[in-house]
Design a protein around this ligand. Sequence first.
Ligand code: ADP
Ligand code: ZN
Ligand code: MG
Length: 490
Amino acid sequence: MSTGTPASAEVLSKYEAVIGLEVHVQLLTKTKIFCSCSTRFGDPPNSNTCPVCLGLPGALPVLNREAVTMAMKAALALDCAVNPRSRFARKNYFYPDLPKGYQISQYDEPLAEFGRIEIEVDGARKRIGVTRVHLEEDAGKMLHEGFADSDSRSYVDLNRSGVPLIEIVSEPDLRSPEEAYDYLTRLKTLMLYLEVSDCNMEEGSLRVDANVSVRPAGASMFGTKTEVKNLNSFRFLQKALAYEIERQVEVLEGGGTISQETRLWDSREQKTHGMRSKEFAHDYRYFPEPDLRPLAISEEWKEEVRRSLPELPQARRERFVREYALPEHDATQLTATRELANYFEEVAKATGEPKLAANWILSELTFLLNEANRDISQSPVSAPNLAGLLVLIQKGSISGKMGKEILAAMFASAKTANEVMAEKGLEQINDTERIIAVVREIMAANPKQVEQYRGGKTATLGWFVGQVMKATRGQANPPLVQEILKKELS
Ligand code: ADP
Ligand code: ZN
Ligand code: MG
């Protein structure tokens, strides 16, 4: 299908990409959307099942109120209008992981519509429309590997069947793989802040399908799109889109046309492959679900959910810049997760030094966490303990260099700065007599500098402080050293 000649940057620049994402987010309810089975991940196959989620004839679904509340949280945080009435529909198709032969979803009357996410493009804000947010049930999972007879058979695990999902569909407002990446990052951050999903891509609790087309730059009509599936990571999303854009440009440049189809990303080959479009030209024969009443959402319920929303990432980012005078970049990084933002605020408040706190968290602590493959919620250095260390640095009790060493030891042992210093014999020297002894020794060894100081060159004091700190391996209390030096030198 490709012409075989890779499109040059110049040719690519004559086109504009148009992208819309369909994102499935698994909700963190304890039980499934239409039955009381557990949603726990990793349990033995088919252990969390009942007649409803097994799709046995005659079993009736009962809507989980918590799933609706969580979906509403997401919808409101996405600035959507929540419909006072929405409706469930049957989406019919046949696949071994779908026991009923249909999925209960929402179709022409979704839970919420007309939302948005703001992304950043070249330093400016860009608004990406969210077409709709709807509720649906998940299907089961096919197990193709790991059994003695896996070469000839596949198995089905229905633990996931009936787990609540929301589908978040974007408008075709994205114009590059980078914009798509930014959109998905913000969407994920938002869901994590709301605590409606763990967004674990490996476990499938965040899934994304990308719709993409290209058109000549400046054109007003959209081109024909393809839908790319099997994007299991943010990197795959970006790579698959870049590949697909280039492929479509090559087809058009070669005089061909794009056929509307579903394509699969192959991460091994770093390519998308068309699935036979006939096979996937579904007619889902949607019709209203007769076993569930329309979903009515009162103004009171909606407002109650709105009041329960936490401070959202963007608001928090802006507050960090305002309240703590942080650079935009620091604020963005520190608000990447709610836990990190909480941690920062605790350290900033305890030390009264937000910029110092931000620097240490984003550099030293992040480095140690990355090395240990942990996130902030698993940090062996608690926020009060980091604050304790920073207070010592801020008072000049220890140097920044010593602080780094102490932090590494705190990280390895989960101890406080003072405990680490006591153990390493790094305690601060506050003993006046000891410091006087060191000062006199240094003065005796450096008569010329003493002369200079006494002759009015008071700047030499700094040099003396340095000598004393060096002689005490940084352990002497610097303000005390200054005080003693001034007395002894005069
Ligand atoms: P379909 O009927 O094929 O499901 P929809 O209109 O429901 O298509 O859109 C599905 C997704 O595809 C949405 O995210 C939308 O923004 C995106 N989309 C629609 N048209 C295009 C296009 N021409 N190019 C890229 N994305 C598109
Ligand atoms: Zn069940
Ligand atoms: Mg669609």
